[in-house]
Design a protein. Structure first.
Length: 569
């Protein structure tokens, strides 16, 4: 009866750990790992027009009322749509980016990354921002009036494109696109987008001209609007964060789930003079960046059914009649390459989210990147990094495996004693403690050294999961992409075999039921790894093989022949 109770407690403990890990993921801004919620349905929107420089006769759905107006106000209330020029889509191309603009507001309505394939259809390039029947994700900016009231050019105003190049020439390092609004409320807005060769950050200059006869004090808003749907191609077996985020010096990096916006549970820094706003998903992000020292109000809100906005509003001081003022910003849409993000703005690298283990993950990524720059292959670099970590923890592991070897050496004596005293559980426990004291064995001695290492290896797990460098990165032979599952399941099968071998080398618990339960969790997690990225599986295989080798050597040195303790089902 005592063994049954103990077994039940172990089962409850195991499932409790799974549930605690799941809730820890949610607490840190990630979606649940093992019990994700149902995906939301897409908002119903009108199909977007073809991404080409042709007139558009109908408005495109998915735009929202500028901030600063009455919540829930209609698009018409945001200001008149001045049709001084035909509405059109404009496609511009650099060496790494293809951006589609809408002359309604000069908004970015599609961003295609020419160096990254779409994982669901490798014949296409990856698209982050998009506006169509099943997807809304756009970047907008414009002007609103402050307390003085009135209407100024905003993201609903039809603008005119200044003629110029649409593709980055081979002898040029930048491409300039310029939009000019008509006069609205005595104000004219000119937006100039500058694309740089090799860069995913676009400089955006907002020039505000007072064409009226009175002083005006407009405010500039910058916002990202997207639906709350999970990105296509995301795995169901592990979860990564998708949603808005802001960064300020005061409260650092703050990310918010779409569901929290839905429930009005947004607790973010409202005002700042530094930082950025962003939309984040696995491997990629978009962000509006303003220079330090510029006062801004930050906001996150729901703007429509399954449609959310994150942005900032900054005042433009009084502009006298006939005068103008300029405000420079940057719009980033690209992969989460850590070095690039660090160079653009303080804290922007945090969109590559390692969660609560960032303090360990960042140095691990730095070391992995250094190894890769020397080896030139991410797969071999992963294996080399695990080897270095195992070497660093060699003595801790040695203590753990030595304790396991002692446990294995006294197992026959404990088994005999349990059989002899099985009718007297209390005496059995006392006798077991006596054996442990006499043999100088700590039954928990094999656990504590390993537990110390767990945070490091979880941090490495997040490094490999979050690093966009793994996308389309080959290793050897059939592994052409370390961010995708092994197409032939060879690595997961090897990992399962190494897990079985490692479990079999551990000393079997004296209780037969406990011995069987010891196999449950490793085998359950092995099944999950059939759907994990190949890079993660490769890291786990390397760790298992090195652990088995070290355990085998230590057992042999201590005179405890390695033997396999297979469960008897």
């Amino acid at each position: 009866m005592n063994d049954i109770r103990r077994t039940i407690l172990w089962v409850i403990f195991g499932f409790s750990m799974v549930l605690l890990w799941d809730q820890w993921q949610v607490y840190n801004g990630h979606k649940a790992t093992f019990f994700p919620g149902p995906a939301k349905t897409a908002a119903t929107v009108a199909p977007a027009a073809p991404a080409s420089s042709v007139p558009i006769s109908a408005p495109v759905a998915g735009v929202v009322t500028p901030p600063g107006q009455v919540p829930g106000a209609s698009a018409q209330a945001a200001g008149p749509r001045v049709a001084s020029a035909p509405r059109e889509r404009l496609v511009v191309t650099s060496d790494v980016l293809k951006l589609t603009f809408d002359t309604e507001g000069g908004s970015v309505v599609q961003s295609e990354f020419l160096k990254h394939e779409d994982m669901t259809d490798r014949t296409r390039k990856f698209v982050l921002l998009d506006e169509g029947k099943d997807r809304i994700y756009v970047a907008q900016s414009g002007l609103i009036a402050g307390v003085s009231g009135g209407s100024f050019p905003n993201h609903k105003t039809i603008m005119q494109v200044v003629p110029g190049d649409r593709d980055l020439k081979s002898d040029r390092n930048e491409l300039i696109i310029r939009f000019e609004s008509p006069e609205v409320g005595g104000v004219k807005l000119v937006k100039t987008f500058t694309l740089q060769r090799g860069g995913y950050a676009v400089a955006v200059k907002h020039e505000v001209f007072n064409t009226g006869s009175t002083v005006v004090s407009p405010q500039l808003y910058l916002q990202l609007v997207r639906d709350g749907n999970k990105p296509s191609g995301e795995s169901s077996f592990y979860s990564t964060f998708t949603g808005p985020a802001i960064y300020t010096e005061a409260k650092k990096y703050q990310k918010v789930e779409f569901t929290d916006i839905e429930k009005s549970k947004v607790d973010i820094e409202k005002t700042a003079e530094n930082g950025y706003v962003a939309m984040v998903q696995h491997y990629f992000a978009s962000a509006w960046l303003l220079g330090d020292g510029i006062k801004r109000d930050l906001f996150m809100r729901k703007v429509d059914t399954n449609l959310y906005a994150v942005g900032m509003i900054t005042p433009i001081n009084d502009i006298a009649p006939g005068a103008s003022k300029t405000l420079d910003a940057k719009f980033f849409a690209g992969p989460q390459e850590e070095k690039v993000l660090e160079s653009l703005a303080p804290g922007l690298e945090l969109v590559k989210d390692y969660g609560w283990l960032t303090i360990l993950a960042k140095p691990l990524y730095w070391l992995l990147d250094k190894i890769q720059s020397f080896i030139g292959n991410w797969g071999w670099s992963i294996m080399a990094l695990v080897l270095l970590l195992k070497a660093a923890f060699y003595w801790l592991n040695a203590k753990a495996y030595a304790s396991m070897a002692k446990m294995k050496a006294i197992n026959p004596k404990v088994t005999e004693m349990r059989e002899r005293l099985k009718e007297n559980p209390q005496q059995m426990q006392q006798e077991m403690m006596r054996i442990y004291r006499e043999e100088k064995v700590n039954p928990m001695g094999g656990c504590f050294p390993i537990m110390i290492q767990i945070p490091v290896f979880i941090a490495l797990y997040w490094v490999l999961l979050a690093s966009v460098e793994m996308r389309n990165a080959p290793w050897v032979m059939w592994i052409h992409d370390l961010s995708s599952p092994d197409p032939f399941y060879i690595l997961p099968i090897i990992m399962t075999l190494t897990t079985v071998l490692q479990t079999a080398l551990n000393p079997a618990p004296p209780d037969p039921m406990q011995a069987k339960m010891m196999w449950f969790m490793p085998l359950a997690f092995s099944v999950m790894f059939f759907f994990f990225p190949a890079g993660l599986v490769l890291y786990w295989i390397t760790n298992n093989v090195l652990s088995i080798a070290q355990q085998w050597v230590i057992n042999t040195r201590m005179g405890v022949p390695p033997q396999f303790n297979l469960p008897k089902f």
